[in-house]
Design a protein around this ligand. Sequence first.
Ligand SMILES: C[S@@+](CC[C@H](N)C(=O)[O-])C[C@H]1O[C@@H](n2cnc3c(N)ncnc32)[C@H](O)[C@@H]1O
Length: 467
Amino acid sequence: MADQKGRGPKGEGRNSGARGRRVAEKARGPRPPRPDAPRDEAADIGVEARQAAGVLLNAALEGRGGLDAAQSFREVAGLPGPDRAFARAVAMAALRRLGEIDQILDRRLQKAPPAAVRTILRVALAQTLVLETPAFAAVSTAVKLAERDPKTRPYKNLVNAVLRSVGRDGPGLTTAESNLPDWIAARWRATYGEAALAGLALAAREEPPTDLSVKPDVDPAAVADAVDGEVLPGGAVRTGRRGDIATWPGFDDGTWWVQDAAAAVPVRLLDPKPGEAIADLCAAPGGKTLQLAAAGASVVALDRSDKRLNRLRQNLERTGLEAEIVVTPAEDWDDPRAFDAVLLDAPCTATGTFRRNPEVLRATRPADVAKLADVQHRLLDAAAGRVKPGGRLVYCVCSLEREEGETQIIAFLRRNPAFRTAPADPAALGAPVEALTPEGWLRILPSMWAEKGGLDGFFVARLDRVA
Ligand SMILES: C[S@@+](CC[C@H](N)C(=O)[O-])C[C@H]1O[C@@H](n2cnc3c(N)ncnc32)[C@H](O)[C@@H]1O
């Protein structure tokens, strides 16, 4: 997925440093009480934000869509903006480090406490270990939270003692791999091997930088200068800058849009030309549509979700680019046109986006992989039927699961002998060279380009229809 959610403060580890500290400074937490605040108000400042963090964390752990749904819960929606942002940052930090946080807690707890007590402890440790919130603020708000509820009140001394012991003795040894759900770690170990799994686990602890795709007539170096960033191979601009992107230089002029460096690769592989008719069959929220339109193609942007297409409409307006928008499921699209090129960025488990959306690893269930593979199979056949003889089809997913990537294309090529793989040249596309598979497809892992700050996981294949 091209849009960026869940930008919270960055954690310790591989990429820590000045950027991590800057981010952490902004995320220290809700303001301290005013010296003249009434006693009760002073006592409670920041407690609501921590409670909301626990609500968000538990909603994310419950299943797909849980985190989004929780944004409208009273405990979250009722907070002032900065406190809501802090609550989200805490929840994201807790999700990224959940395994390590539980290792630290389990070493200190003789028996499992009620779930609500564990939530309070997780929220407090996410603050002290990841966001660098001062310990006194994290501990005192945790104890106050425990006091509020009759079910957790008997545990307030335990909460205090556990958190103080972490502060006094340090967290002790933890393992990055513990942050991955067991079934996901087992899958990735089997698919990519032990060394790659270790890299993926390290990537999963970190909050990623923000990448911008720049319009072709704009100099990426100038954009990089304006946002304190750097130009990546392929031309995307990467920045450690945080906060509301609508306030960044160039946003109002529409010279760039937010898109992970890996998410920009599929359209480069499709190689759009000015004037070509191109269909983007799962277009919303639209990062790839903008790339196609910016290349001068005549684009149909189709998606089944009108609500998700609103983001595309806003981005088209802001960038001054054009596309014809169609709201319908791709399989049901009643339109006789065939296209020079078709892009299918299919719905998927999105496990490759765990750096931006740490909740995907907790929310995805093993059965989702098979369910989505069925949808992808149907959509691939619908997409193939829209490609002119001699035309191109690019299939991509932001999933790390083989069933949604390699296996789909192997089966597709068997069903559709008129299509052949057009091998990718990663260096020319601004992709890591090690992403190239023996078949000529790209398997981009979030652990690649680690020294540059990583990138989202993607599978990408180009299939040309014989003339
Ligand atoms: C991975 S996202 C696409 C991201 C988009 N290409 C971008 O770059 O911003 C998948 C999209 O597929 C859409 N979708 C799911 N099933 C669909 C279907 N049967 N027909 C068309 N769109 C579908 C979803 O609404 C979602 O917006």
